[in-house]
Write a new protein. Sequence first.
Length: 293
Amino acid sequence: MPELPEVETVRRGLQPVMEGAKILVAEARRPDLRFPFQPDFVARLKGQVVTGLGRRAKYLMADLGSGDVLLMHLGMSGSFRVIKPDNEAAPGEFHYPKGKDSAHDHVLFRMSSGADIVFNDPRRFGYMKVIARNALEDEPLLRGLGPEPLGNEFDAAMLARSCEGKTTSLKAALLDQRVVAGLGNIYVCEALHRSHLSPRRIAATLSTKKGEPTDHAKRLVGAIHTVLNDAIKAGGSSLRDHRQTSGELGYFQHSFKVYDREGEKCTTPRCGGTVKRITQNGRSTFWCPKCQK
DNA sequence: AGCTGGACCTGGACGC
DNA sequence: TGCGTCCAGGTCCAGC
């Protein structure tokens, strides 16, 4: 599920049951997700109080009382659900209704807040890692991350600067987490449509020869802001029945203008174009060639 | 150095 | 029904 708005929605769902609560039990039900779990993964979690739950780009970060940080990424198909523990179960055991994809419930936490938290990830592109807080800046997974798209430092000037000299497409540049961290395939397509910019445009065209941001860059940053904020307000997007931690569906998918709308009429007033799908860098791009230039 | 394409996984939708 | 193909919200890494 997870681009920035979905990860932020997950964070808000987990925060009430995680923050200030102790991890009574932690369990990893397989040796690896995308990477092997660290040998001391469970040991470093058990008994720790979660002092805060934050987000950086598409990562969730749980601060622990020990000074460690639990880093979590949802990959393509990761999700969390919050369930009530079964009081009949032994204290260290997780008993809960099994669904058809329970086989992909890979990580479980029992919190002192009275919640069990289950991480499910069929494709296992997600991962979790415990890092000492004072070593965060050396963490390779976080190293080259660009600015938060909703943060103060991300503006047209900064976007133009980081796209300077880039010969790749605008689509590919915006998906590059070093340029801006948190966008994915959906919100890049949506932001480009809302700013009427072609996904095939060369990224370097966001700046003038003097290195000043063009109006295009300003429009694009504005569109990124609005589409992300609107999506967060809607609880993210629910594709293929992906759910929030509470089991509720986000509803921003109903607001997609182009993503997964190939063949539909463009919604831009007086455009009259049709949404097309092309492949760029191996991934689908949805856009309207008529109003995106 | 920057960029592209393949690899990593599983499951759902579709066509025959 | 079953089998094959294609596609999916991400990102790392090799190779050009």
